[in-house]
Ligand binder design. Structure first.
Ligand code: NAP
Length: 304
């Protein structure tokens, strides 16, 4: 029987683990991946985490994990398949996984978010054959070639900057005439000579036989259709919370985020939500780590 089980080994889960261990709680972190870090692992460079400027996503994830290992945090690699809670909310919670069943007095849900699909023809068919959702993972396959990045947020712009260092040419296709990404990223992007921004345009189809060959685009302002010859398409059109398993267990908003305040308390006693799965205005590594600490603080009151 654990005091708390933490689902998810991203910054929120690991932050919670460090605070939980220091509070003397018997805890474990469950994640389907043996490699900790969550979405940060897909980030080329992080330069807004206090004290660690210009660090790669892989390196900051390693540092988080090393910290947790040093403190003796137990990690369980397993896919969670269900959670059961007794009729009384103070009852123990049962976490079912593909690697066994675990009992706990409290739960921190920190499963984060996953990429959204564009939903166009060719996307599924050519996934892994030129269509990718992770520039840092797959960018090297497109060295000296031409690629398109779709999206206008932080991830799309970071991906375009990263790919510009590898590829001969990068198109950034955005559906509006303004980027959503942070100003500092926009400035870096605009300074790159091999990046061309295709404004006000939607991707209609990704074409290719065995590999991506082109993207069909439609300019919403001019009404013109066109085609770009590319070898790869990196899709970065946002993320969605991984909360499917928690429906019925805790209150969730219309976009799938768990409703919980800064204290991370959900609608169910003894269950806390931390990081990107929580309904909140700012989803960053630093706010995810802070959620982990707040969740532990709240659950300590609950356990005692
Ligand atoms: P995001 O900020 O939600 O941006 C998604 C982008 O995709 C937007 O530009 C959006 O266009 C576009 N988009 C959405 N659906 C689309 C569709 N169907 N077709 C075409 N374009 C579409 O998502 P994100 O960039 O993945 O970032 C996720 C979160 O992580 C954000 O909160 C971000 O700030 C954070 N993040 C932070 C850092 C950092 O701090 N260093 C790094 C990476 C990510 P519109 O602009 O028109 O809506």
């Amino acid at each position: 029987m654990y005091d708390v089980l933490i689902l998810g080994a991203g910054p929120a889960g690991l932050g919670a683990a460090i605070y939980g261990i220091r509070a003397g709680l018997k805890l474990a972190v469950i994640d389907r991946s043996p490699v900790s870090g969550g979405q940060v692992l897909n980030t080329y460079e992080v330069d807004n985490y206090l004290g660690l400027p210009m660090i790669s996503g892989a390196d900051i994830s390693d540092k988080f994990r090393e910290h947790a290992d040093k403190f003796g945090v137990e990690f369980i690699t397993a896919e969670v398949t269900g959670i059961e809670q007794g009729e009384n909310q103070e009852d123990i919670k049962i976490v079912k996984t593909d690697n066994g069943i675990y009992e706990t007095r409290a739960l921190i849900l920190a499963t984060g978010a996953e990429h959204v699909q564009l939903g166009v023809k060719g996307e599924k068919e050519l996934a892994g054959m030129g269509v990718s959702y992770c520039a840092t993972c797959d960018g090297a396959f497109f060295r000296k070639r031409t690629v398109a990045v779709v999206g206008g947020g932080d991830v799309a712009v970071e991906d375009a900057i990263f790919l510009a260092g590898l590829c001969a040419k990068v198109y950034l296709i955005h559906r509006r005439d303004k980027l959503r990404a942070a100003n500092i990223l926009q400035k870096r992007l605009m300074a790159l000579e091999n990046v061309e921004i295709i404004w006000d345009s939607e991707v209609k189809e990704i074409k290719g036989d065995d590999m991506v060959e082109s993207v069909e685009i439609f300019n919403k302002k001019s009404g013109e259709s066109g085609s770009l010859d590319v070898n790869g398409v990196f899709i970065a059109v946002g993320v969605r919370p991984i909360t499917e398993l928690f429906k019925g267990l805790v209150d969730i908003d219309e976009s799938g985020y768990i409703i919980a305040g800064e204290d991370c308390r959900t609608s169910a006693d003894g269950i806390y939500a931390a990081g990107d799965i929580r309904k909140k205005p700012m989803r960053q590594i630093i706010t995810a780590v802070a959620d982990g600490a707040n969740a532990v603080n709240s659950l300590q009151n609950y356990l005692t």
